[in-house]
Every structure is written in C-alpha cells, then in structure tokens.
Design a protein. Sequence first.
Length: 442
Amino acid sequence: MILLLCMKGFNFDQIIHFFRKTLQNLPDIRTGANTTYTVEDAALSAFSVFFTQSPSFLAFQKAMQKKKGKNNAQSLFGVLNIPSDNQIKNLLDPISPIHLFPVFSYIFHGLNERGDIGAFRSYNGNLLLALDGVQYFSSNSIHCDNCNQKQHRNGTTTYYHTAITPVIAAPGNNNVIPLQPEFITPQDGHEKQDCENTAAKRWIRQYSSEYSQFGFTILGDDLYCKQPLCNLILEKGFDFILVCKPDSHKTLYQWINGLNSNDIDTLTVKRWTGKRHEFDTYRFVNQVPLKDAADALHINWCEVTTTLSDGKIIYKNAFGTNFEINKKNVREIVADGRARWKVENENNNVLKNRGYHLAHNFGHGKTHLSSLLMTFNLLAFLLHTTLEKIDKKYKLIRDNLPARQTFFDDIRALTRYLYFDSWETLLDFMIRGLELDPPDTS
C-alpha cells in the first residue's frame, strides 16, 4: 500500500492523506455511546499543534469555526471535530506510538522514489544511520508504568522517558531524515532496567528487513561499540562506524599500543579553513580484537588528531568499523564517523530548542501519552524537512524569510485570522505577500 500511494503523488496533501488513513486504524477502547470525538480527530489535532508550533492553534480554530463556520484544522489536516485538550489526552493515552510508525516508512520510501535519498549517500554508496538516545521527559513526581527510574542517595526518585532517535545523516548535509524511534521502557519479562544499547538492538532487529537493502552504515558513540551489537549489525546486513574510546576498549588499545610504529599506518593532511591551517593526522590498523576472548570480533580501527600550526590539539577521536581502512579511504570513513553528531545537532537539538520543545511536558498520561506526543513531534519535524525537499513553494518561502522562526510566526498569525481551504492556498498567499515570483511547479 505504501508504494502504491507513493506512485500516485508525493506532496503535503498526499502525506496527510496517508497519515489520516493510518490513524483510522488506531484502537478505540471506549465502550460507551459518547463518541462525539474520534481518536483520529484527537490524533490529527495533536499533530497540528506540533506542525504549526502553535500551542493555541486548536483554540484559534474553534473560535474561527464559531465565527465563520469553517476552520484551518479541518481544511489543512482533516480534523472534523476539534476535541478539548483533556479529551485529546484521554483519547490518546492508551495508544502505543507504534501505530504511527508506518508514516515514517511512507515518507522514507516516497523520498527514495523521488531520488532525494541519494543526496545522503556516503562512503561505499551507503546511507549513514546515526543512533543516539534522547531524554524527552523528567519529573520527581509525575510518572507512569513506562517510565524509567533513577534512585538517588537522598531517597528521591527521578522518573524519565528516553528514546533512540535514528536519523539518516551525511557529512556536509545540514538536513537529517528521522526514522522510527525506539522507546527505552521497562520490558516485560526483564528484571534489568531497559537501556540505550538494548533498545538499539531491538531497533536493528525490527527494521533490518526494511532498510538493510538500501545499504546502511550504523553510526553511534562509544556505547554502541560492543561485540554483541557489532555482531548483530553485521548479521542483519548493515555496516558500522562507531566511536571507539580507550577507556572502554582496553584490550583493543593494549593490542594497538603493543604494535611497532611501522605496523600502524599514518597519514597527515594539511587543511586551510579560511582563517588558519589545521593538520589532520590519521592513524589506522586493520583486524584488531574488540575484546579479550577466543571468539573476539576483529574490527578495523582509525584515529584522527587535529592540531594547529603550534601543535595544539583541537580535536581527537577514534572509530571502529568493519570497512577495511587504507590511505585512500580513511578520511572519508572518519568524516562519516563524525557525522554521528548530526543526530544531536541537526535532530535532537532542533527538537529541543527550535520551536518543537521536545523536552516540554505536553502531557504525560498513565500509559503511552508521553511517547505518542513525542512521536507526533518527530513526525512534524520530519514533514517540515520533507517539504523543503519536495515542495518548491515551501522552499521558496523558507529561503526568503530571515529565520525559520519567522516562518512559524507567520503560520501562526495567518491561520489565526484567515481561513485557507488548502495547504497550497496558504503557500500561495504567503508568496504573494512576500512579492516573490511563483516557482514553476509543472
């Protein structure tokens, strides 16, 4: 169904249409006759708030409905009846976010069919998939069955929610493409508290059949560079470039430190940054043991040290990979490994600090509400990122406004006072207001 829908068109309306079709399958546990508001309307209403970055969007649309008999929540997002905030939270709390995950797949496949994913190809023609954990809720009192817990010495408890947020990234590309998250929650049948490493394994097992065919290189910090996870990555058809630090890989570094200098290949590259010269010194060795055991996985190791002309070190890091390293590819492998930071800089930081307010408590609920709202937030971010690639009018407007915040300020103001019968009409209005030449969309 995903591929068929993609072939019919891939734009804002088509994505929202697929989103709505997905929401029609959400479970509704209500047994009474009071079903004025559907779960679909509650979900679309919640998503519209994150997409417009307007906490008061629904209140404005209710007022517009009373005054004009129509509203933008209905015309843009398909909301038939706007529930109250409490009704939205009550209707959505029992729903697991996994019901929304097909939308991530739909958008990925749509971008791939258009050829937009090709811009993210890197070493070996692979896509870089950066994994990282992010905390999106924390409280000393509010909690639910899906909260993780941290016990403090003073007897208090911190309840929190975290998730793995995989994104497709590439060196030199300021955009990332989020994929389905994996929530770090207490697991049935497990005594130990869930952790980031275990959640990463679940994600790889769950989605390898869908994504391994596209050639993915898994990126991650030192936490991921452990033999069980590396073995799983390879078993499921992925490659990896993972941060590999001395403190947590004593056997590997003992092995490297025991080598003669002639056994460690070295390459130094002088770069001009526009302001100063910097020197990147690469060291690399192939086939070193990841741990002290007879069944140790042998990986390939590289290190980069960046210095100034006076010898001052300004950057140093090391990576483990399954790619064989040589002087021709070590720079590209290191650049790919460093792209891991984009999951933090271009994804998590944007979600926290650029209007999406990821760490804000939009509503916690008793079961799934917190993680479901976080998923809506991710999807809103993904849709805006996608529109920059597929919608010429959207990109024209964004490129001609002084800041991204200006765009959202304008969206909030326009949808508060004016009714637009479609997303296209809203963009056309903004283009005329900015006195821009409309792009050729034929």
